[in-house]
Each structure stands twice: as structure tokens, then as C-alpha cells.
Design a protein around this ligand. Sequence first.
Ligand code: OAD
Length: 273
Amino acid sequence: MADATSGPTSPETIRHARALLEAADGVLVLTGAGISAESGVPTFRGAGGLWKDHRPEELATPGAFRRDPRLVWEWYGWRRELVAACTPNAGHRALAGWLARRPDARLCTQNVDGLHGLAALEALADPADSSPAVAPAPILELHGSLFRVRCPECGEETPHREPIDARTRDTLPRCGSCGGILRPAVVWFGEMLPHAVLEEAFAAATRASVALVIGTSALVHPAASLPLVTLEAGGGVIEVNPEPSPLSATAAVSLRGPAGTILPCLLDEGGTR
Ligand code: OAD
């Protein structure tokens, strides 16, 4: 039987991870769909995952958009509505509060749901938090955002939160400059990640002495390479995930549990001591 004082999520293990973070000189934070699961946003893989009922190549590729932009927008419109009804959970909030106290940390996310950004705004406005909050460096959204659109014709990218009318091709959103059918500003299969964002993420991974990796299956590269870069540069990995991932074997600490429970213990000022 597991020893409750030294198991994967025991107070002792969390104290060890807290100590690693406190001693760290630069932290790369990499998040995936798992951190938003407790907000009600579906993950991609596993039971109930988005890719279980949908073929990515029919919905999330440039070819799919060229073939049938209406079908692609129907799916993204549904995802946007679902996500717009979700709010940050205790995991997002603990991370946002901690980032406001750690200017040496950089948040890179594979998520396109915008919930880290909402949690950051809440943290800056929180009157209960007396610690001097600094506006953290911009979040590096490696896979783009559901709430931005880009014109495939002229490249113009803008925020976009209005509901999508995907009844016909003619009702789809159009570019104000050139009239092209706008697409979601997310990274699709077969596409490169935004160059400047990726460059900043790799620089942060190289500088960091700890990579804190939360809620990702760590299967999709180049995002999954970021903690490996920190490891190669001599740093360590702390993983927060109820399930093992390919990173677990090399992680200094694996905290097995949901991010909404683990992160407040790990990151809050009054967390596990
Ligand atoms: P996945 O769906 O692949 O993995 C979600 C991970 O979250 C799994 O490892 C789960 O065990 C873990 N998880 C589930 N619930 C959790 C919780 N409450 N707390 C913490 N962890 C939890 O999602 P990603 O790794 O984000 O790319 O997927 C990476 C990329 O694959 C996505 O960004 C997307 C997809 O194809 C694009 O669309 C470009």
C-alpha cells in the first residue's frame, strides 16, 4: 500500500516541488488542455476527448478549410460557444497569482481557450492579494486563439468574439480589408507555429532552471520539446497530471492529480508548507 506521506501527491512531495520552484532561477510553464478540463473545456485525447469523435484532417487543416469553410466554422463556432461559457478554475487562478509574483517565469500554453488571460486579469484586479503584483510577460499562445481570426488572403489578424453564423458560406465572417473568408487564428495540422512566439518560448525554455508542465499529454511537438530543452540545459521538470506522460520518466517530481487541486497547494502563498 502507498505511504500517504510520500506518495505522488503527498504533502511531502508537494513541499519538495515547492522548494524546487522557490530555488529556481527562471521557470518555463507549459500548459495543455488538462488545466482547462475542470472548467468544462474538453481535452483532445482520452475519454470524451475532442479528437475521439472528429477526424482532425476533416476539421483542423488548411485543406479542410479550402474544401468546406462552412463545416470548419460550424465546428469552431460550437467550440467558441462552449469555451465562452467557461470560466477559469482554481488551477488557472493559482497559476495566475503565482505568475504575478514571479517575473522570472514565462507561461507558454497550447490552449486556445483564453482562460489563462482571463485568470491573469482577475489576479491583477484581486483586492484580497496584498502582494505587489506585476503584469506578467505576455502569455505565449503556441497554438493561437479561438477568439482571433485571420484572413488567409491578406494575412490580417484581429480579435473576434462575435457569434459565428455558419448556416451558409455567405454568412461566414469576411475580412474588412479584402473580403476573403476569415479563418480561426489557430494552428492547424500541417502548419507551422507562429515563428516569433516559438522563438520566445524556446528562449524561455533554455533560460529556465525548472519547467513546470501542467495538463498535457506531451505528445505534440514542437510544444512538447520545450521541457526537453530545459532538461538539456541542465534544468529539472515538475509535472502536474493525473496520468503519466512521456515526460514522467525524466521528471524530478510528478504530481499525480487534477490541476485544480494540485496547483493551489503548489503555488498559493499559503499552500502546503
Ligand atoms: P491532450 O488531450 O492530448 O492531453 C490532456 C492531458 O491532460 C492528458 O495528459 C490528461 O491526463 C491531462 N488531464 C486531464 N484532466 C486533467 C486535470 N484535471 N488536471 C491536469 N491534467 C489533466 O491535450 P494537449 O496535451 O493539450 O493541438 O494536446 C496538445 C495538442 O494536441 C493541442 O494543443 C491540440 C491537439 O491536437 C492543436 O490543435 C494544434
